[in-house]
Each structure stands twice: as C-alpha cells, then as structure tokens.
Design a binder for this molecule. Sequence first.
Ligand SMILES: *[C@@H]1O[C@H](CO)[C@@H](O)[C@H](O)[C@H]1NC(C)=O
Ligand SMILES: *[C@@H]1O[C@H](CO)[C@@H](O)[C@H](O)[C@H]1NC(C)=O
Ligand SMILES: *[C@@H]1O[C@H](CO)[C@@H](O)[C@H](O)[C@H]1NC(C)=O
Ligand SMILES: *[C@@H]1O[C@H](CO)[C@@H](O)[C@H](O)[C@H]1NC(C)=O
Length: 300
Amino acid sequence: MKLLTLLLLLGVTSLTESEVVQSFKSKCPQFFFLGHLPSAKRVATPTVLRGRKYKQICQRWKNQYRFATLYDTKSRIPVYSAYTYNSSNQFPRDKYWKVEPQLDLPWNRENSNMASESEMNASLTSTFEHQALVKDYSGDCCGKITRGHLFPKSYAADKDQGDSTFTLTNIAPQTQECNNQWAEQVEEPMLSYIKTKCTLRESFPAYIVTGVVPGNTWLEIKRGNRAIKQGVNIPTHYWTAFTCANSTGKVSHAYIAQQSHCKDNRQTKFKKLEMTVAKLEEKLKDLYNQSFSVFRNTKI
Ligand SMILES: *[C@@H]1O[C@H](CO)[C@@H](O)[C@H](O)[C@H]1NC(C)=O
Ligand SMILES: *[C@@H]1O[C@H](CO)[C@@H](O)[C@H](O)[C@H]1NC(C)=O
Ligand SMILES: *[C@@H]1O[C@H](CO)[C@@H](O)[C@H](O)[C@H]1NC(C)=O
Ligand SMILES: *[C@@H]1O[C@H](CO)[C@@H](O)[C@H](O)[C@H]1NC(C)=O
C-alpha cells in the first residue's frame, strides 16, 4: 500500500514536470541572469507579463531544456526567449518545425518535449488554438512574410540546441528583408561583441534575451473551416540585450529595431538602434505600457 502511494505521488510529480511551467525559476533558472549559480535564489528573469494568455515555457527537446520562452497564446507569438551563450558552432538547420503540445493539450504527459508538427496527428494539431502552426506562415498575406527567430540558430552551442530553435513558439512574423537586416545588423555584430568583450566561461556564460512587441496587424489563420482574422500578430519591434562578465566587471548592451509593416513591405523600414540596457527598458516601458526589466526582475 505504501509503495502504491509512493508510486502515485511520483506519478503526480512528473505530471507537473512539463514544459509549460508555473514559473521559470523552478524549472529552468539556468537560462536567466544569475541562474547559473548553485543556489538560484537571485535569478533575475525579464518581467513576466501577467494574464492567463501568457505561458512560461521551458523549451525542452530530446529530454533536455534548451532555452526558455514567455509565450502569448492570443497573439500566437512569443514575448521573449531567454538563452545563454558560451560557444557556438556551424551545423545544418533542422528541416522540421516544432510546436508545443502542452499549450493545447495541457494534460498530455507524453509530450513534455516540443514535437515536430509534421510527425503529429494532423487532425489533432488542426484543433490547436493557442499557438501558431507551420501553415499559418504560408498564406499569401504580403507575399514576403517569413519566420523570424528570437533565439537564433547561429547562437546555438550544438546541433540539438540549434534544432530546438526551430519551434514556432520561438518565432514571430518578419518580412524577409527585415529578417536579413536583423541578422546582419544585430545578430552578427552582437555575437562578435560578445565574443570580444565577454570573458566566457562554462560557469559564467553571456545571458541573452530577445523579444518582440506586438502590433496591430495580423496574419489571418484557419482552424478547421474557421478563419481567424487576428491569427498571428505581426510585431512592430524586435529587441535584444545581453549581459556577461569580463575580467573586471559586467558588460551589457542592447538593440531594438522597428519592423516594416506587412502592408508597406515594398519599402524597407528597418532601423536599428543600439543603447544601454537601462535605455532599452525605458523604451520597452512605453511600448508594453508597463514597467519592464530585462535582467533585474527578481520577483517571479
Ligand atoms: C488522429 O486524431 C483524431 C482526433 O483526435 C483521432 O480520431 C484519430 O484516430 C487519430 N489518428 C491517428 C492515426 O492517431
Ligand atoms: C556552454 O556550452 C556547452 C557546449 O559547448 C554546454 O554544454 C553548456 O551547457 C554551456 N553552458 C552554459 C552555462 O550555457
Ligand atoms: C569590463 O567592462 C567594463 C564595462 O564595459 C569596462 O569599463 C572595462 O574596461 C572592461 N574591462 C576590461 C578588462 O576589458
Ligand atoms: C500600448 O498602448 C498603446 C496606446 O494605447 C496601444 O496602441 C498599444 O497597442 C499598447 N501596446 C501593448 C503592447 O499593449
């Protein structure tokens, strides 16, 4: 009897051991500032926006946590992804886009990993309401909308972590031109900056957060026969910031770029700004309409 009770308890415990978590801090603190320390009490996540539509995801792939995402299930785009960097490598990209089963099947214990959408039962995923699917990005709105990564593959340490970035919960709509500009003007220079200015150690990596700000334009999507006009939100801004240690102290830097709108895709409106993290936080306060901190929020 006692054994049975124990087994039941263990079963219940593993039920909560899912990717969609109550708190980043309890399941995957390692992706957040100071979260690498053995007692992760002081871990500082970015502001966790309040409301039932926001879900905290510890992004799990091949039974390991790879990064973390705050996801907006109404806009069907992330708010931000948080990850660490200590080294990266080149490897081929994953062919398969993944989804987060637990956003739509919260009690499905089989799916504590993200799952390749093409390998899932299509009649099951066609009912998924709380996230974007591959086909949502293949409509003909504006022709040139592509899947913009928040955590980019080019920052991944190994093939498995790189593959894990190909999940739609790490993706927001971006015009192809803005996607290229973001890579050239932000992702690549920021990586060089990190490599030259940070003293990277296995035990003290660079902490990075990349986010988007939702706008008023949307990709229309379909679920079954139903068209949803406000399907996947097209963000107005992409932003990113890092913090790391050098031999004498701390180095931090931030970037934000306004995205061109779907409708006026013809003209590139890409404009990148570089600034301190404090300055970015001021901007994000205006854009999110609430105070927002990237590395200092310890109240989670
Ligand atoms: C796919 O899912 C549908 C609806 O949940 C179910 O009826 C069907 O049996 C499933 N098909 C397979 C091959 O699992
Ligand atoms: C540093 O990179 C290695 C792979 O090169 C990885 O195994 C390790 O988890 C990384 N550490 C941190 C703190 O990100
Ligand atoms: C460490 O970073 C700080 C802030 O950017 C800078 O002032 C200082 O010179 C850096 N130290 C070294 C040894 O590069
Ligand atoms: C912030 O407020 C402005 C003005 O009311 C609104 O247009 C915008 O959508 C809001 N932004 C967010 C992210 O809620």
